[in-house]
Design a binder for this molecule. Sequence first.
Ligand code: CMP
Length: 139
Amino acid sequence: MAGKRTFTMIKPDAVAAGNTGAIIQMIEERGFKIISMKLTRLTGERAGEFYEVHKERPFYNDLCKYMSSGSIVPMILEKENAVEDFRTLIGATNPAEAAEGTIRNLFANSIEANAIHGSDSDDNAQIEGNFFFSAIEKY
Ligand code: CMP
């Protein structure tokens, strides 16, 4: 059965461009409830841990450098069918392929600086939420 929670983070390009508020508005208007949220920053090492599944990919080092280049806004979100519905809202990884009206279509600059992350499964949503938030922050 599909879970009710997903994890997202607004990435450094979107935070630096002043798009945090507009993105959060889209998320709330689509019916997601914000359970946890903070403005924070990753070190290169922490970014490497978060994206460890991609460590054999050619873009891994650049991705870690980019993800630690500025502030990010991680969030845990709640809604029925959260993971799938959120991935529909953000659009394809490559903004050139993201459907019209999706967050990446509106705000992303490139396949790397693509404005926002969304978990790809219920299990990863839990792992990724735990990476940023303690039990009391996910209540
Ligand atoms: P995200 O959904 O956070 O998951 C992994 C990230 O790696 C992805 O968004 C992009 O930011 C980045 N990424 C994926 N594919 C590529 C690629 N081909 N080149 C550069 N970065 C990529």
